[in-house]
Structure formats: C-alpha cells, structure tokens
Design a protein around this ligand. Structure first.
Ligand code: GUE
Length: 282
C-alpha cells in the first residue's frame, strides 16, 4: 500500500521557516515585493492569484497584481515590465500563465530582468539552470525535489519518467533531476506507447493535465508517483493519476489536492525571498 507524500504539510513547515527569514529581511529594511502580471480573465488564474496572495501574506510577502485586459497590446505589456524592472522596490516579477493569443510570451519573458525572474523563464536563467548554477529555481520543480528530499527518496541512478514537456514543469524538472544523477525520460503527446516507458519508472511524474491518464497497469510495483496534473471534474480538482487504482501498487504517491499544488505556491514565495536577498547581496 502506498504512503502519501504530504505536500500540504511540507508546504506549511517550509512556510513557517520562510516567515522567519522574511522577518529577518524586514529587520534589515528589506521588503520582498512580488508583482504578478495577469492578462485577461482566465477563471483558474483568478483562483491561483487569490491563493498566492493569501500564502504571500502569511509569510509576510507583499503581492501586487497588475491586471491587464484580455485584449491588452504587447507594447503595453512590455512597458509595464520595463517599469517593474526599473522599480527599485520590486523584487520579483511573474507573468501568470496562460496569456491571450495576441501576446508574444517569449518576447515578454525576455523583457523581464533575470534578477527579478521568479519563475526562472528568462533565457539566461533557463541557461543557468541547465548549466547547473541556479540563480532561481522554477517553483513546481523546486517543490517536487523538496518533497522527495523530505521523504529521503534518493534520485541517484533512478529511472525518472516525466510526462509533459512544458517550460514551467517538465523541462526544468528534467534539468534539476539530471543534476541529481537520475536517468530522465520526457514523454509527451506524440510519444508512442507511454506505458512502455512508465512501467520502467522508479519515479513517475505526470504533468500532462489529463484526468485518468495514469492507470495502475502503467505503474511499476513500488514506484514513486508524483501527480502534477490539475483537472476540474464535476467541480472538483483531480490529478492525472487514477489515485484509487494506483495507491495499492505505489510505494509513495502524492494526492491532488494537497500534493504538489501547495508546494508550488510555497516554493514561489521562497524564490521571491531568494531574489530579495540576492538583490541586496545577502
Ligand atoms: N507563471 C506561472 N507560474 C506558475 O507556477 C503557474 C502559472 N503561471 N499558471 C498556472 C499554474 C498552476 N499553478 C498552481 C498553483 C497552485 C495550485 C494549488 O494550490 N493547488 C491546490 C488547490 C487545488 C484545488 O482545490 O483547486 C492543491 O493542489 O491542493 C495549483 C496550481 C501554478 N501555475
């Protein structure tokens, strides 16, 4: 029977420590100010923004949301980014994803100052990540590694299979896990016979965003199963993994909700604090 990897609990513990760090920073007159740019009216984005604001406040971080219209121009977005880059008080900048079609996301991301890039999505920070010196770490990947470390799950030599090649989850997670000496495969929508890979996985990470994708027959006995999927079904949030089916087979498994989600938000706050310290040479 699988043991739960309790992301929510770890997020709370880490938040407690982070709160102390923020207190320390504030004593020295350093105030971590986190700016989120949200473009348009995606309903799940609104929800995430609320969650983030609450978590930020709990650890003493101020989060400002810059709400732009659904039909906002690229130019106005770039102007806003420039302004936040230049503002001494701003420690971290993040563009909430997804963005509307008229927005050129890569161009916008390239505009963010790497020293304020909370999500680790600017080209230089992505390059640093793959080179192994981390200015900042992408929140979800950072959270997953923190969870594996907490439960003393070693990555060295392990077969890791990641489903999903997004720039916010799959790719950066592969970089961080490679560095921990895992053997990493990235699977995606065009992969033939997913199960031929997943059945060999010591650690299986699903970030596909497809409910019910991972069934028990695809999972090796005693595998570690990390569910990064967030899918809405009948008003409930569920992951990519058929939890009830996979639980008896896995050694460890993350629930949804209460797994990687809360850790992602907490890690994001850790990145804001890291950028605030570095900005001030500490
Ligand atoms: N630039 C950018 N960076 C991101 O990291 C980013 C983003 N854009 N856009 C959207 C996704 C999604 N995401 C989540 C954060 C927290 C929960 C979370 O807290 N989930 C809770 C609650 C779930 C529920 O009950 O609905 C849980 O899993 O327990 C989920 C998903 C960050 N994202």
């Amino acid at each position: 029977m699988g043991q739960l990897l309790d992301g929510k609990l770890l997020a709370q513990k880490r938040a407690g420590k982070l709160k102390e760090k923020v207190k320390d920073l504030k004593k020295r007159g350093l105030n971590p100010l986190f700016c989120v740019i949200n473009i348009g009216d995606d309903p799940s984005s609104q929800l995430y923004l609320k969650t983030k604001k609450k978590r930020a406040a709990e650890v003493g971080i101020e989060q400002q949301v810059y709400q732009l219209a659904q039909n906002e121009t690229q130019n106005n977005l770039l102007t806003l980014i420039d302004r936040l880059n230049q503002d001494e008080k701003v420690c971290g900048i993040m563009i909430q994803l997804p963005v509307p079609d008229q927005i050129n996301l890569n161009e916008a991301l390239e505009h963010i100052s790497p020293s304020k890039d909370v999500d680790c999505l600017t080209p230089s920070n992505v390059g640093r990540l793959w080179r192994g010196d981390h200015f900042v770490e992408p929140a979800t990947a950072h959270g997953i590694l923190a969870l594996l470390d907490y439960y003393q799950i070693d990555l060295r030599g392990q077969n890791v299979v990641i489903i999903g090649r997004s720039s916010i989850v799959g790719k950066p997670l592969a970089a961080l896990m490679l560095e921990r000496d895992a053997t990493v495969s990235i699977l995606h929508t065009k992969t033939k016979h997913l199960d031929e890979y997943t059945r060999k996985a010591d650690i299986l990470v699903s970030a596909a965003g497809q409910a019910g994708l991972i069934t028990a027959d695809m999972v090796k006995d005693d595998a570690v199963v990390i569910d990064v999927g967030i899918n809405r079904q009948n008003g409930k949030t569920i992951g990519d993994v058929d939890f009830a089916g996979v639980l008896p087979k896995a050694k460890y498994i993350t629930p949804v909700p209460g797994g990687i989600g809360p850790l992602t938000v907490e890690s994001l706050m850790e990145q804001v604090v890291a950028l605030t310290r570095r900005k001030n040479g500490r």
